[in-house]
Design a protein around this ligand. Structure first.
Ligand code: FES
Length: 163
């Protein structure tokens, strides 16, 4: 088991890494991996691959084991611990906001909004074939600061995802 590492560890940006054979997602729809120390999950939904930090930004729950559902027409994954959803394409959390009218002094719905820099997502692609160029490839995101970074190298939290 890997030792815990500080969440401030940086990946080399722009480096594509081969993480699995292309057949790895043919029978199941999720892969949970440790890449350069970071716990990430690759999810296949239909023909589309998504990659995001495995551990939930909220309090370290097993986000990557959650159900996939549509929220406001967006494909999201719902964390089993507290039911927070994040959008698969960018890790943003959808929420319904309210606005206050200072004239009527009433609150009213203000539509769906999305948080920023919440669950970090990563680029992923699959190349057919068994050659060294084939397989599932990931390019880790490292720019900015995301809330999920605090748990990204936490081996204890990752146990909830990988075991
Ligand atoms: Fe609370 Fe995921 S740990 S919603």
């Amino acid at each position: 088991m890997a030792a815990e590492e500080p969440a401030t560890r940086k990946e080399e940006p722009g480096e594509w890494l081969r993480v699995a054979d292309s057949s790895a997602l043919s029978e199941k729809d999720r892969l949970h991996l440790q890449v350069k120390g970071r716990y990430i999950s690759i999810l296949r939904h239909g023909q589309v691959l998504h990659c995001l930090d495995s551990i939930c930004y909220h309090t370290g729950g097993p986000l990557a084991l959650g159900d996939i559902e549509d929220v406001n027409g967006e494909r999201c994954i719902r964390c089993p611990w507290h039911d927070y959803s994040v959008r698969l394409v960018d890790g943003a959390k959808p929420y319904q906001s309210m606005k206050f009218d200072p004239v009527t002094r009433k609150l009213s719905p203000d539509g769906w909004k999305y948080t920023q820099n919440t669950q970090r997502t990563h680029e992923v692609m699959s190349r057919a074939g068994d050659s060294p160029e084939g397989g599932i490839w990931v390019r880790l995101s490292s720019g900015g600061k995301f809330e999920s970074d605090q748990f990204a190298y936490n081996a204890s939290a990752a146990k909830n995802v990988t075991s």
